[in-house]
Design a protein around this ligand. Structure first.
Ligand code: MN
Ligand code: MN
Length: 319
């Protein structure tokens, strides 16, 4: 259940109205890297974690709920940045300030300019936030990544936090309001905190690479293809030992020749790796059994009940 507390998590303040910045800030309200995307992503991911991985469920729901708190802060800030626009529009008589502004003066041009910056604020939402990005593109569930595997989902979340962080960083360039800057800095910093939480949670799952269960084909996991002419840049991504599997990178200077020589890679033999088809098969079987049992043993198929209503408050489970 959700329980709403009317006070904001962070004391959002605005020095003066700024409809232009209100429009930009919509990016974090209904945009692809915004707070609603983050909240919904962690919320949706939490369902499959609930029974087999209660510690990760707790983490995902805590952060999802914090992201809703951020959504509320962003919405409140947009509302304050829009100042009295909503009230002006409710003054529907011809004598309203907006009608006066549209009376052939220089102010009329200013108003039209502001309205063109985001017509939705003027003619659709009446001066309140709405779930679109800064260009008016509606929020979509397509922004949400949830794949029912924590080694995948937690990595998606690290990427999502990175994107949310940089969008706040960019947004801070577009306002001079010290109060708004302070709020944005808080929201940006929380994404830095979340990044590390997801990273630490991923590290508690072992093994966690490659994402999912099945191991890669040892013939192909350490090949670097030189697929362009000109400079051949070398670095730890194509020389030395690979970051996760610890295999030696094989730099394929001439990929076309390799394809011709190996009948489309089918006759290639693994090099630079200790992994073999046999060890891969063993690991696939072991990991399949482990992960499948973790979930099936925690999943009731009949008489299922989601919650236990522990009267002590359930303050347990330190791992
Ligand atoms: Mn956030
Ligand atoms: Mn976050």
């Amino acid at each position: 259940m959700f329980y709403h507390v009317k006070e904001l998590q962070f004391n959002a303040r605005v020095s003066k109205p700024d409809p232009k910045f209100a429009r930009l800030l919509l990016e974090q309200f209904g945009g692809s890297n915004g707070e609603l995307k983050a909240a919904m992503q962690y919320f949706v991911q939490a369902f499959s974690a609930k029974n087999p991985y209660p510690d990760k469920y707790d983490l995902l729901m805590d952060i999802a709920t914090e992201e809703f708190s951020h959504l509320e802060i962003v919405g409140a800030t947009i509302q304050m940045l829009l100042g009295g626009v909503n009230g002006e529009l409710k003054n529907a008589s011809e004598e309203s300030e907006i009608m006066k502004l549209l009376d052939g003066t220089a102010a009329k041009e200013d108003f039209i300019h502001e309205a063109i910056i985001n017509p939705h604020f003027g003619v659709l939402t009446g001066g309140s936030p709405h779930l679109t990005d800064s260009n008016g593109i509606p929020w979509t569930a397509a922004y949400v990544n949830a794949n029912g595997d924590l080694t995948v989902d937690l990595r998606s979340n690290i990427a999502a936090e990175s994107r949310a962080k940089i969008v706040y960083e960019y947004l801070m360039k577009f306002t001079d309001d010290p109060s708004v800057k302070e709020t944005l800095r808080f929201l940006m910093t929380r994404e830095i905190a979340h990044y590390q939480m997801f990273e630490a949670a991923l590290a508690t799952i072992q093994p966690n690479f490659p994402p999912g269960i099945l191991q890669g084909d040892p013939r192909f996991s350490n090949l670097y293809y030189n697929m362009s002419s000109g400079m051949e840049a070398r670095g730890p991504w194509n020389q030395g030992v690979s970051t996760q599997l610890g295999e030696t990178w094989q730099y394929i200077e001439d990929p076309l020749q390799q394809v011709l020589d190996t009948e489309g890679l089918t006759t290639l033999t693994p090099t630079g790796t200790d992994r073999t088809e046999k060890t891969v098969k063993v690991l696939n079987e072991e990991l399949s059994k482990l992960r499948s049992e973790e979930i099936t043993s925690a999943t009731a198929e009949i008489d299922a009940q989601w919650s236990t209503y522990d009267k002590s408050g359930g303050l347990i489970n330190e791992l």
